[in-house]
Structure formats: structure tokens, C-alpha cells
Design a protein around this ligand. Structure first.
Ligand code: C2E
Ligand code: MG
Ligand code: MG
Ligand code: MG
Length: 283
């Protein structure tokens, strides 16, 4: 119900945003206020481990709880946040909240993936920020996966490599997101401290119905494995797509077939064990 409402609200709002692109300044002001007042909340989309048939991972997906328009998906504001540099503060809010959750779930074997944007890979002060979090809770970092896209890493590969190496040294895992949509420059990818490949939904959806699509998907999964990476297939929506990626040897599956992104309370009830009443108060 909430997910449905979320989707409707954000579609309406996105349409309005386009109409009112002249009102960019107003949106910038609203976004700035959203950061100050932390109007953001995190949604969680579970990932199924196909080896163990269990769920102990989720991707953290940002939502803006707008005072007038309700929940807004990142497609409507991330680009503007990047253009204005506000993404730096947003990334920090997301990381801080994710750390809080990991810390409070300390007895659970949970792993959360956070999306970084291109600008984060050019932001050396992010390292200091994460060092501080890491020093406060050194055990938490290994429960966090940082998702980057190839195109973000390729903007300035040497600098991105430098930053990612420092993050990997703090035991954050690094995943390549939306693989298959960008440069797919494997020569470079191999130099990055990456442990997971997330294959974009455009390579997954319909591959069960199309021989060429299946061959491309199969060889992408194999290539990930040859490079020693865990492979997640994104955007699996149907039983038949699920059966295909399982047959082709993917390690994790994520997509509406398994679950839509959900608020933390729901994720906790469905996928975390034990009593975590204190969590609710903290979020
Ligand atoms: P992403 O990282 O590739 O995340 C997956 C997106 O695909 C999510 O959209 C998710 O809801 C959607 N999705 C998952 N399963 C399916 C499926 O089976 N079918 C379809 N059609 N879609 C599916 P969402 O939450 O709207 O996020 C969109 C993008 O916004 C993300 O793509 C990511 O690039 C960005 N994003 C989300 N949260 C953050 C954040 O905290 N920071 C930054 N910098 N970017 C974020
Ligand atoms: Mg992602
Ligand atoms: Mg993706
Ligand atoms: Mg993405």
C-alpha cells in the first residue's frame, strides 16, 4: 500500500518538475531545506542469496519525504543534487543512517549496499567523513557495500581508484552498479578493488525470451565470475527471469520478483530476527 502510494506520488511530482523546470531555483531551495531538516528516509530492497536461499542483504534506496508532495524517488532529484553539489551532504546523511542501522543490528549478519554518485568519487573529504564513522564503529564497515557506476569511475579513473583504494582499506566492499549500461571498460575495472558486479536490469529483463539476450547475460555472469566477483542480477521481475539467472549461476538476485523496496520497519519485520524496538526510535 505504502509502496503503491509512493510510486503514484513520485510520478505525479516528476511530471510537475518537468513542467516547472523554470522553477529550478525553488526546487534547489526546497532540496537545501530537505538536507537541513533531514526530510529523507531510506527504503530497503532485499537481495536473495541464490547459494544459501536466504536474505541477509539489501540495497539502501533514498526517498525524499517532501512536506507537500509526499515520498519522492531519487530519479526526481538526484541529478539536481549532483549539479548543485548538494549530493555530498545527501551521501553523508545516507551513510550516517546506514551506519546507525548496522550498529544497532550488530548481532545480525546483515549487509547493506549504499549508492555513491560520481561526485562522491571526486570528494576526498568524504574519506575523512568515513574515517570518522569507521573509527567509531570499526566492525560496521565490512557490513557496508558501496555501489559505484562505471561511468562515475571513468570520469577521473585515477582519482576514483585512489578514493576506492582508501575505502577498501577500511573494509568497505565495492560493487559496480548498472553493469552493461556504461563503458564496460574491463581493463580498468580489473584495477579497482571491486568485489561485486551488479548486472543492469536491461540485460536481465526479457533474456528468458530471447536467445541473444540469454547469451549476453550468460557471458556477462561468467565474466564476472572469471574476474573473481560475486554477481547480482538486478531487475528480475518474473519467475521465468528468476529461473534463468539461477540456472546461469548468478550469486544474488534483486528485483520486484523478490520484493519492492520497503521502509525499514517492514524490512525488519520480514527479514530481521529478534527484538529491535530500539531501532524505530533511532530512525
Ligand atoms: P540503482 O542503484 O540501480 O537502484 C535500483 C533501482 O531499480 C531502484 O530504483 C529500484 O527501486 C529499481 N528496481 C529494483 N527492482 C526493480 C525491478 O524489478 N524492476 C524495475 N523496473 N525497477 C526495479 P530507485 O529507488 O528509484 O532508485 C533509482 C536510482 O537512484 C538508483 O538506481 C540509484 O542510481 C539512485 N539512488 C538511489 N538511492 C541513492 C542514494 O542514496 N544516493 C545516490 N547517489 N543515488 C541513489
Ligand atoms: Mg544501486
Ligand atoms: Mg543498478
Ligand atoms: Mg544506478
Amino acid at each position: 500500500q505504502l509502496a503503491k502510494k509512493t510510486r503514484q506520488t513520485s510520478i505525479v511530482f516528476e511530471a510537475r518538475l518537468e513542467q516547472r523546470s523554470a522553477n529550478r531555483l525553488e526546487l534547489i531551495a526546497q532540496l537545501r531545506k530537505a538536507i537541513t531538516d533531514n526530510e529523507f528516509c531510506l527504503f530497503f530492497q532485499p537481495k536473495l542469496n541464490l547459494r544459501t536461499n536466504s536474505i541477509n542483504q539489501a540495497e539502501v534506496l533514498l526517498r525524499w519525504n517532501h512536506p507537500v508532495h509526499g515520498l519522492i524517488a531519487p530519479g526526481a532529484f538526484i541529478e539536481l543534487a549532483e549539479q548543485t553539489g548538494m549530493i555530498r551532504d545527501i551521501t553523508r546523511l545516507v551513510l550516517k543512517q546506514t551506519y546507525a542501522i548496522i550498529t544497532l543490528c550488530a548481532n545480525q549478519n546483515i549487509r547493506l549496499s549504499v549508492n555513491l554518485s560520481a561526485m562522491d568519487l571526486e570528494d576526498f573529504s568524504l574519506i575523512d567523513f568515513m574515517q570518522t564513522l569507521h573509527k567509531q564503529q570499526p566492525d560496521a564497515s565490512r557490513h557496508i557495500v558501496l555501489e559505484i557506476t562505471e561511468s562515475a569511475a571513468m570520469r577521473d579513473p585515477e582519482q576514483a581508484l585512489d578514493i576506492l583504494n582508501q575505502l577498501a582499506a577500511m573494509h568497505f566492499q565495492i560493487a559496480v552498479d548498472d553493469f552493461g549500461t556504461g563503458y564496460s571498460s574491463l581493463a580498468y575495472l580489473k584495477r579497482f578493488p571491486v568485489t561485486e558486479l551488479k548486472i543492469d536490469r536491461s540485460l536481465v529483463q526479457g533474456a528468458d525470451l530471447d536467445t541473444d539476450g540469454q547469451i549476453i547475460l550468460e557471458s556477462t555472469i561468467e565474466m564476472g565470475h572469471i574476474m573473481g566477483l560475486l554477481v547480482t542480477t538486478e531487475g528480475v521481475e518474473t519467475q521465468s527471469e528468476y529461473e534463468l539467472v539461477k540456472k546461469l549461476g548468478a550469486d544474488y538476485v534483486q528485483g520486484f520478483w523478490l520484493s519492492k523496496p520497503m521502509p525499514f520497519d517492514e524490512f525488519k519485520l520480514k527479514h530481521l530476527v529478534g527484538n529491535h524496538d530500539q531501532l524505530v526510535q533511532h530512525l
